[in-house]
Design a protein. Structure first.
Length: 436
């Protein structure tokens, strides 16, 4: 019995030592590449505003549609194990972070620990923000503290046991997280390092575009190979020429990032549309170019459920702008009628679009995805974003159409413009998408 007791004590001591070792914090301040939009000689608040936009803080910490105050939190994140709500990061002293010290704020971004010592869930991307330099983190804090204070209590996460135990995140961190600052690669040009810092730290692209493992941690072996999140599909943005963006030109990638549209490639919507609207459109051209240069070098991966784009879908090519081809609608009669009534006037039967370049459909990955996640979400939610003083708008049809009608329309669009006759969006899938 004594031997067993000693063994258990030894296991406990070794386990505790390993736990604290793996959860150790990197106390280094870090050195960030100098971004064109945030030079070192710029005023603190100017730098802070640019970095805050590049980090896209407002998208997650503001309830959209005019329903919430900027940075006051409350946005729900529906996860497989429950719902988490973003927090109030205004300088309100009672409900926000107004009482947080510089060290408190740095610790939250670098280590995922709140001012009260409780651990944050990785829905907050500290797993990426840990690479930010201390100077950049404090510039972001200074800008946030310069904005109006909003008194809005935080909403507790709706999670069941054991996911509601914040202390257990220490175990998750020990297994999947390392506190560390960005390190420049001296063998690469300065622009590449700037682009990597934007992509991996500030812009945290991997948080949406990288597949997750069984524990909801990012799969580093498939970095940026695409993932589904909040009912939307974040596409493969590796250098893979067939399934990623390897075949896109630099100009096409830069245009998509900063305007939300690349001719013949696609138009941003959903979470990516928010990233363009709130963040990427504000990048200086030099920084956008740097981001492109980094993305060019991300190892090519096919990703799960890879998408093959047919930019010359037969039904669309055979159609005119005003009328479908005679063979169209075989097996998609209801979808065709719905498209004729609500969609054809903007998107046109040949998918070229009119009124706005964003309405073009040919060559886009959404209509080439047999799963239909993004097409379904766009039908349900529509699109509303403002980019460079231009309003990009598509009405939502979620309340006008039943689940069966949305499924029929989505399947028709995917067949007509993506040549994917095997699309199988079901009413049950649509019903599930409504709750995302």
């Amino acid at each position: 019995m004594k031997r067993l007791f000693n063994l258990l004590v030894a296991v406990f001591v070794v386990g505790a030592a390993l736990y604290f070792f793996l959860n150790r914090s990197d106390k280094s301040e870090g050195e960030a590449p100098v971004l064109a939009g945030a030079p070192g000689n710029a005023a603190l608040l100017v730098r802070g505003e640019y970095l805050t936009k590049a980090a896209d803080c407002i998208a997650c910490h503001t309830v959209p549609g005019g329903k919430g105050q900027p940075f006051a939190g409350g946005l729900p994140f529906v996860l497989p194990f429950g719902t988490i709500y973003s927090s109030n990061i205004t300088a309100d002293p009672e409900t926000g972070i107004g009482k947080w010290s510089d060290d408190d704020f740095v610790r939250a971004l670098h280590d995922g620990v709140r001012a009260d010592g409780k651990r944050l869930y990785p829905a907050f991307p500290y797993t990426s923000y840990t690479a930010l330099s201390r100077n950049d983190v404090l510039a972001i804090k200074a800008y946030l503290f310069s904005l109006p204070k909003v008194s809005q209590p935080n909403r507790e996460a709706d999670l069941g046991f054991p996911f509601n135990q914040r202390w257990a995140m220490g175990l998750w961190n020990a297994a999947f997280f390392k506190s560390s600052r960005f390190e420049a690669d001296a063998s690469k040009p300065p622009a590449w390092n700037q682009g990597k810092y934007l992509a991996t730290a500030l812009g945290h692209c991997a948080e949406c575009h990288t597949p997750r493992n069984f524990a909801f941690a990012m799969d580093a072996d498939n970095n940026l190979a695409g993932e589904s999140i909040q009912g939307w599909r974040a596409y493969n943005i590796t250098s893979d020429a067939k399934h990623g963006i390897g075949a896109w030109s630099d100009a096409e990638i830069a245009s998509y990032l900063t305007t939300g549209h690349a001719a013949g490639r696609g138009s941003a919507s959903g979470p990516m549309g928010e990233a363009v609207e709130h963040s990427l459109q504000y990048l200086k051209p030099e920084d956008a170019s740097a981001l492109v240069s980094y993305l060019r070098t991300v190892p090519a991966k096919a990703g799960k459920n890879p998408i093959e784009v047919d930019a010359k879908a037969p039904w669309a090519v055979a159609a005119s702008a005003a009328a479908p081809a005679s063979s169209t609608a075989e097996g998609h009669e209801q979808g065709l009628r719905l498209f004729a009534a609500a969609c054809a006037s903007c998107h046109q039967w040949n998918g070229q679009g009119q009124q706005s370049a964003n309405a073009s459909l040919l060559g886009t990955r959404g209509v080439n995805d047999p799963d239909g996640a993004n097409v379904t979400q766009m039908i349900l939610q529509g699109v509303k974003m403002r980019v460079r003083d231009q309003e990009v708008y598509m009405p939502a049809f979620g309340k006008a159409y039943t689940d069966t009608e949305v499924a029929a329309l989505a399947n028709y669009v995917i067949a007509q413009f993506g040549n994917k006759q095997g699309a199988a969006v079901t009413p049950e899938f649509v019903a599930k998408q409504r709750t995302r």
